[in-house]
Design a protein around this ligand. Sequence first.
Ligand code: PEP
Ligand code: MG
Length: 890
Amino acid sequence: MARQYVYGFGGGESDGDASMKALLGGKGANLAEMAKLGLPVPPGFTLTTEVCSSFYANHRKYPGELAPQVEAALASLEKKSGKKFGDAADPLLVSVRSGGRASMPGMMDTVLNLGLNDQTVEGLAKLSGDERFAYDSYRRFIQMYSDVVLELDHGAFEEALGAHKDLQGYRYDTEMNADDWKQVVAQFKKIVARERGKPFPSDPKEQLWGAIGAVFASWMNDRAIFYRKHNNIPESWGTAVNVQAMVFGNMGDTSATGVAFTRDPSTGDRRFYGEYLINAQGEDVVAGIRTPKPLTKAARQAMGENELSLEETMPGVFAELTRVYQSLESHYRDMQDLEFTVERGKLYMLQTRTGKRTAKAALKIAVDMVGEGLISEKEAVLRIDAMQLDQLLHPTIAQNSHRDLICKGLPASPGAATGAVVFDSDEAAQLAGEGKAVILVREETSPEDIHGMHASKAIVTARGGMTSHAAVVARGMGRPCVSGAGELRIDMKANVFKVREREIRKGQIITVDGSTGEVLFGAADMVQPELTGDFGTLMEWADRARRMKVRANAETPEDAKTAVRFGAEGIGLCRTEHMFFDAERIAGVREMILATTRDGRVKALAKLEPHQRQDFRDIFAIMGARPLTIRFLDPPLHEFLPHTEEDCEDVAKATGLDPRALLARSKELAESNPMLGFRGCRLAIVYPEIYEMQARAVFEAALDVAEQTAAAPIPEIMIPFVIAKRELDLIKARVDAVAEAVFAARKRRLDYSVGTMIELPRAALLAGEIAQTAAFFSFGTNDLTQTTMGLSRDDAGKFLGAYVENGVLAHEPFVSIDAEGVGELVKLGVQRGRAARQDLKLGVCGEHGGDPASVAFFERVGLDYVSCSPYRVPIARLAAAQAALANRPD
Ligand code: PEP
Ligand code: MG
């Protein structure tokens, strides 16, 4: 049997259903499902994503079976709708839309009103009894088709329309009558013939194939490629194309169009929420050209809005919409995002999909739905996007902060951020690349602004509603956003925005509160996030479900406190060299590194020791009975050597040594490949006194805290950059000797362990031997990635993007573990290590410890814990739970 490339839906039946998202795309699968449920869906058919894949695999040619299948589907659509394609009396008009497996809002092309020509427009005029409407639809179609399919410059059309209005003395499109639109249509056709060298296609079938081709081609436009890259959507998925009978929300005052969420997508509150416009087409709501009105009376009253809600203007339609949304939510058992159109008092559903929501809403909806018996705790845990939690872990504006209000708009995406004003997306991306915090202020945003929005800390728009492009995209990205700040006037030429008398220039600092809709002048005081409530409940369920422990990478008391507050069960990596970064101490470290004699080094170390001991004391006190893994000194030399004469002067002042001699020594020590140089335990093999000082500081501090508090600290001493068992043997013997000396002097003992990092391929390969000495392994996947792949951690960013874009690598390997390469070494290390020592404790402390995809990998290979930066701890807790649940057979 020939492969099925086209799936029909409508009239109470469908070829497909909601489970077929990969083949039919999200939109097509859900239209099929809604039609099956008997909901009012205009009939149509879907060309599968396989057509798209085949199109690109075969030099943009369709499979041979496609054309006859489209013909058959079209015939069936004509039957279901009772209208005929190209029929001058009762024409079938269709929309042609993209619809991939994952939603890519606004990234691909759409054509509406397809099927109109000089004959069918007359039929539409008669049927609707509204000639003005028919010709307005016709000119919209020509404009859209010329832009999307024929790829003509849309400026010429706008100019022609503008010239016509000027001639007639009109200001608004609403002043245009049927004859005006007829003349504009004639003008538009002339433009097409001139630009294209051929007339505008009048055959509806030719129009249809043109639109189908354009939608498939839009899968590869720049916007779509950028969006896919940032949302990890594989190119191989392709898009489906949905062809559906048109319904018109712009057939007068009994027609309307709107979007709705079955619960509030910002807060998660269980209330029907959405916006609509009377006498408008769907695109008008999303584009933010007219500001839509609330659906419910309650929302209208809460906003102090005078124009009536759908509930008040069309109570019958509202009642049916209420029945539909309730049945869709209980059918899908999740919050839905709906699009609907009312054509002359009759409701049609055009889309349903799982609604995008803020992290706060996601938690509330998941926890509420467990309470309502709709979903299980396990489903709730699996449903939350772990990375999205990040939105909740950042500061918001303090209640008592001073607030210099510039203006107010809609609270489109929650959270607060401070940054410098920019008006241009390219500039936002450039400044962010230089490490500056920027806030993008725009009239409204379009898909062309994606990179600027991504680079900005927050977004403000003057126009657009809660479902405008800016609002939807910002919520998805977790950027605070204020939309529709109506008083704001942007003067791009002068690089300022004005609100009444006030002027804010580019580069000035503002604060955006996306939870209240406020835009404030200057930097406001921020408060730390709230970790109780729904967040606490969900994390409790996650903690019950997970197997791996979660620790944090922290070396300051402040980070250690944050880690504990976020639920870290220990510290998995305390980088001791980071404890010496501050100006006062770095001179001591430099003195130690530059010393040419043992005595010189011992003197420098003696200066550092009290600082170390105090630092460890502070952190042990915070961690109580939680383990603290202290990684002994691993200073890649280039990070610590004095670079300038000034640096040498500072060391000279602190030590009384000759600055010229210091500079000469520093040149002598400089390395060509410091990342592969004299670092980690190599330092201690040559200069054992360095780790001896650190060991003494650890044991003294641990005993100090044990004596002063009830908790017994758990020091785990971790030796970095090991490639051989012998290195560890030599160092461990010294550490044990220091421990014995301290315990004897203090007349008190303490449990401790000595383990190692596995961060070089040789260490992974020789894990069996190394485990005979090491009590634990912590995989240092930063260096392990660097050395396995031969990629510099510091420099590879410059070209890794191209590697991902060209499909050489599936993702950036320093962000998410390269499971097939680096991961194999981790697996080998685990197997060989465990075979040698059954109770070997295994963890990871590279940056990958906080990346959900990597956490899933670490669960599969059976690590005992992951360790990540403190702000990532909740993300890792949830990701670990999800990984454990995914691995569990039930
Ligand atoms: C690592 O290499 O993964 C690691 C955690 O150590 P560092 O980043 O300090 O080199
Ligand atoms: Mg390392």
